[in-house]
Design a protein around this ligand. Structure first.
Ligand SMILES: C[S@@+](CC[C@H](N)C(=O)[O-])C[C@H]1O[C@@H](n2cnc3c(N)ncnc32)[C@H](O)[C@@H]1O
Length: 329
């Protein structure tokens, strides 16, 4: 296990992040996505006892899981909030520390989210259709699946999941739910697998429009899906998670806020895991380059080495971009 990993979560691109953030003894930094505090612990080592790492985490359960780590690392100051509130957090940091030298965002979910079936993030484990990072929020993935109109579902599957069968899945889903609500992750994963696997419109009509879908048929598609290299429900689950947590909207406002609160000369590093996130980061950094408020440290995103991907398959889609805030701003 990587030396900074907690439980089964291994921090991604950690050497590159630490190298490029250039933290000094006594620096102040903000980790916007504390998770299992893998990156935060490595950052804490860099800044030493006179430095400070503020760590934001929207999921109270994750903060509970790292209670011991936080006890052992008093330089890490956890804050239970969404990084959408970054400007307020920045005001606090500037008041307490006078400057903010570095910001990290390591987007998406932690391995703990996937491991705990009851959070509803995994298509391989039976759980409720929840997918909320923040349990205080009302909207769940179940609400989206069971109530959103067909056009919104197509948009979500297509835009947030790059799902090539977005229309077919959305139309059949709306037919299916006329007979029964989607109750759990397993039922949704089997349904998506069946829609993707069978191009036969007659099959779809019987199974989903007429509501005749025997359990043994569901089991057959479940088995078929599990044997595939990539589960056919992967994209739909990713899309629903992004929609449930408004991840792209939150990233855009969080990133713009981060660039406001970062001190001149300070660096920001963002690790993203899918193309829409990366494009958003790339464009916002590019705007900063054009108006001369930012200097791009990474011209192209840094990706993990094959060795890192072998040790931690979750890292395979990671892209790291780093920028420095110019002095004149
Ligand atoms: C990929 S994990 C971070 C892992 C962390 N870097 C580590 O090394 O352990 C992302 C974490 O950020 C949290 N998160 C996601 N979106 C967030 C947001 N908008 N505000 C605050 N935390 C968020 C998730 O709950 C998750 O724990």
């Amino acid at each position: 296990m990587n030396k900074n990993s907690t439980g089964s979560h291994i921090p991604v691109l950690i050497t590159e992040v630490i190298d490029l953030l250039q933290l000094q003894k006594g620096s102040s930094a903000l980790d916007c996505t504390l998770g299992m505090a893998g990156h935060a612990q490595a950052m804490a080592q860099q800044v030493g006892p006179t430095g400070a790492i503020y760590g934001l985490e929207v999921d109270a359960r994750n903060l509970e899981l790292i209670a011991q780590v936080l006890k052992e690392n008093p330089t890490i100051h956890p804050i239970h909030t969404n990084f959408e509130d970054i400007v307020t957090v920045g005001e606090r940091i500037h008041k307490e520390r006078g400057r903010l030298d570095a910001i990290l965002m390591d987007l998406g979910l932690s391995s703990m989210h996937v491991d705990e079936a009851e959070r509803g993030f995994s298509f391989l484990r039976e759980g409720p259709l929840d997918m909320r990072f923040d349990q205080r929020q009302e909207l769940t993935a179940g609400e989206i699946v069971n109530t959103y109109p067909v056009d919104s579902l197509i948009h979500i599957f297509k835009v947030y999941g790059d799902e090539p069968f977005a229309q077919r899945i959305a139309y059949n889903l709306v037919e299916y739910r006329k007979h029964s609500r989607f109750k759990n992750t397993r039922e949704l994963a089997a349904f998506v697998s069946a829609v993707v696997a069978s191009r036969n419109a007659y099959y779809h009509k019987r199974a989903f429009t007429d509501g005749i879908w025997p359990d043994k048929e569901r089991d057959r598609f479940e088995l078929w899906a599990q044997r595939r290299k990539r589960h056919p429900a992967t994209r739909v689950f990713q899309a629903l998670r992004i929609a449930t947590n408004r991840e792209l909207e939150v990233l855009e406002s969080g990133l713009r806020g981060a660039l406001e609160i970062l001190s001149p000369g300070g660096r920001i590093a963002v690790i993203s895991y899918h193309s829409h996130e990366d494009r958003l980061v790339k464009n916002i950094f590019k705007e900063g380059k054009l108006d001369k408020s930012l200097h791009l440290i990474t011209k192209k995103p840094i990706i993990p080495t094959p060795e890192e991907v072998e040790e931690n398959p979750r890292a395979r889609s990671a892209k790291l971009r780093v920028a420095e805030k110019n002095q004149q701003n």
